[in-house]
Write a protein that binds this ligand. Structure first.
Ligand SMILES: [Zn+2]
Ligand SMILES: [Zn+2]
Length: 632
């Protein structure tokens, strides 16, 4: 952010407020600001801080947001504000502070951050006439405490959540409840509706732009005080915010995977600080980042969930020599048989869609890959199609090898479709069903369900006696530094979901993730995990900032990354380490080649401040997209 933006933002000088001449305006573009605009006489009475205006910007017209006024500008000829769009400010003072903080923490512009909090209809040139209530009556003292409830949607957790929401609403304060996935909104929504039938507003399930606007308006006007939603509901303009509830904090869906790449936990902590709201985290096994924060703040969990966990049995796969097709060990097969005999239900997890994971020619070795992403295509037996796991593109399977035209193509590797037929063969008396991200629900009569991780979105409906994880090592071995913690969290979740027992097949039985999950010994798991993170310089100890470059031509993308790298070297940034550009994972996606420069620094804001001048002054080749990703 430029220095002039930081210096003076409130600008609520009463003399100026009556007769403002120059407005400081930010726009929805990745450019710094604010920019000075002249306020014509006819608009002087209407223009307000926190309102949208229509302004000329370069050669076009744009929606801008007024962030302050000033008496003098260092620029001589200012362009005029063309129109005011809001009779009342649509951004509250808190939202303005919070979006500024957001922009400085995620490397976007203040204008982009402000626009992001608005419903789609208000990002366009649409006028509003809000009826904002007066100051909230009897402002209760805000506690801004942090609470951690270790559990899932158990009764104890719910009674704590309901009690806190009731207290907050009774104090005339607002509440935001966040769930990671839309599928969870139904269950959580029902509980909230039973308890607060008149107060609640659901965000993220709108059918139209108009409906989205109507709901946003109800919240902004303070007519609705309780909001339930997924990720983006963290931006809901709840008035006098008193409590934030974050359910299943460990769920990776809380991370926005496109620019601006934010994490709901961190944004919630930002709002908590500015609006002095309390925050309640609910999680079976939280992220290492949250655990570390709770330890630092000396916050203990309210409810311990260990009591309702079923046993976990680790099956050391190095003891079993399996036939190529079978991915099921003897102990697991025995457990499946027992469960079946008793009339119980089993869930097996294998996070690979389709039938085979690689399709190749046995004559010349040619492998079918996605033209746009370069990865092996997955064979979907049921549709006789090949599909890309990255971009989801589908194509026909050629009848003969397109390379040598001499042989047929064969699929290898075990996907859930292959497991489904294998299970039907081993258990001919059972009804075997498969579940992946395209499935809707699980038939009631199913005895054995073979599923990808997509099944977790049905967690409220999952009533299984036993759960078996077939490819645990694939999760553990992912290149992401968060993979171990996610694997640990899943094991704890599965142990809460199953009625009797959880089995894990692994070739890494001594890994600390499995060893500590058996107890479970939460303290030991997080201590070990955080020790590794500290040694390797990963969050929460140091922060990663990825500068991503992508474009259609590989050489040009690499050259662009190299230019940025050299500029960063010349800039001599203190206390920030960075390595040469490397291919990103995936290296190619949807026809775009991707390179990344990984920076590590102690402070996110400071690192962003030092790299931003480099990014904005470096020459750009055409067709390049450059992104900044904090703590990927
Ligand atoms: Zn061939
Ligand atoms: Zn693809």
């Amino acid at each position: 952010m430029p220095a002039r933006m930081r210096r003076n933002t409130s600008a609520r000088n009463p003399r100026l407020k009556t007769m403002p001449h120059i407005a400081k305006i930010v726009v929805d573009l990745p450019v710094a600001g604010p920019f000075d605009y002249h306020i014509p006489k006819n608009l002087q009475a209407d223009i307000k801080v926190g309102s949208r205006v229509y302004v000329p910007f370069h050669t076009r017209y744009r929606i801008g947001c007024v962030v302050g006024f000033k008496a003098k500008s260092s620029f001589r000829r200012l362009k005029p504000v063309l129109a005011t769009l809001d009779a009342q400010p649509i951004f509250s003072e808190e939202t303005m502070k919070f979006t500024k903080e957001f922009a400085e923490s995620y490397g976007c512009s203040w204008g982009e951050a402000m626009m992001m909090t608005l419903p789609k209809a208000l990002r366009k040139k649409k006028a509003t006439s809000l009826t904002l209530g007066g100051a909230p009556k009897a402002m209760a003292q805000k506690a801004a405490e942090m609470i951690f409830c270790q559990g899932v949607s158990g009764e104890q957790s719910w009674s704590l959540i309901i009690r806190r929401i009731t207290e907050t609403l009774n104090n005339d304060q607002g509440v935001i409840v966040l769930v990671p996935e839309v599928a969870m909104m139904t269950g959580v929504g029902q509980v909230l509706e039973q308890n607060f039938p008149k107060a609640i507003c659901l965000l993220g399930k709108e059918t139209s732009e108009r409906e989205e606007l109507e709901r946003w308006q109800l919240i902004r006007e303070g007519k609705t005080r309780l909001v339930l939603g997924t990720r983006s509901a963290i931006f809901a303009p709840v008035m006098n915010l008193g409590l934030l509830v974050i359910c299943e904090e460990e769920n990776p869906a809380f991370k926005q995977e496109q620019t601006p790449f934010y994490h709901v936990r961190d944004v919630a902590l930002m709002r908590r600080k500015i609006e002095k709201a309390a925050i309640l985290f609910v999680s079976a096994a939280p992220t290492a980042e949250l655990w570390s924060l709770l330890q630092k703040a000396k916050i203990k969990a309210e409810i311990f969930a260990e009591n309702n966990l079923v046993p976990l049995q680790v099956i050391d796969m190095t003891n079993y020599k399996l036939r190529e097709k079978t991915a099921i060990s003897v102990p697991l097969q025995n457990a499946l048989t027992e469960t079946l005999v008793r009339g119980g239900r089993s869930l097996l997890l294998l996070n690979r869609r389709g039938f085979g994971t690689i399709t190749h020619c046995s004559n010349c070795g040619f492998v079918m890959t996605c033209e746009k992403c370069g990865v092996n295509l997955t064979f979907l037996f049921s549709r006789k199609q090949l599909t890309c796991r990255l971009c989801n593109a589908e194509r026909e399977i050629p009848s003969i090898c397109p390379s040598c035209t001499k042989s047929y193509l064969r699929s290898e590797g075990v996907g859930i479709e292959k497991m489904e037929s294998e299970l039907s063969r081993i258990f001919p008396q059972a009804q075997v069903v498969r579940f992946d991200r395209e499935s809707r629900d699980i038939p009631k009569q199913a005895n054995i369900v073979i599923a990808t991780q997509a099944v977790k979105r049905l967690r409220d409906q999952l009533a299984f006696d036993m759960i078996g994880v077939l490819d645990f090592d694939a999760q553990l071995n992912r290149s992401d530094f968060r993979s171990t913690q996610q694997a640990f969290s899943w094991l704890i979740q599965f142990r809460q979901m199953a009625r009797e027992k959880v089995f894990v097949q692994t070739r890494l039985p001594d890994n600390y993730c499995l060893q500590t999950a058996i107890g479970p010994d939460f303290q030991r798991f997080y201590d070990t995990e955080l020790k590794f993170r500290r040694e390797l310089g990963f969050p929460p100890f140091r922060h990663l900032i990825n500068i991503g470059v992508r474009g259609p031509k590989e050489e040009l993308v690499f050259e662009q990354a190299q230019v940025l790298f050299e500029r960063l070297q010349q800039a001599k940034i203190n206390e920030v380490d960075f390595a040469e550009p490397q291919a990103d994972t995936p290296a190619k996606l949807r026809g775009k080649y991707r390179f990344v420069i990984v920076l590590k620094g102690k402070s996110v804001k400071q690192t962003l401040r030092s790299i931003q001048p480099v990014l904005s002054s470096s020459p750009r080749k055409s067709g390049m997209v450059i992104t900044v990703h904090v703590d990927p």
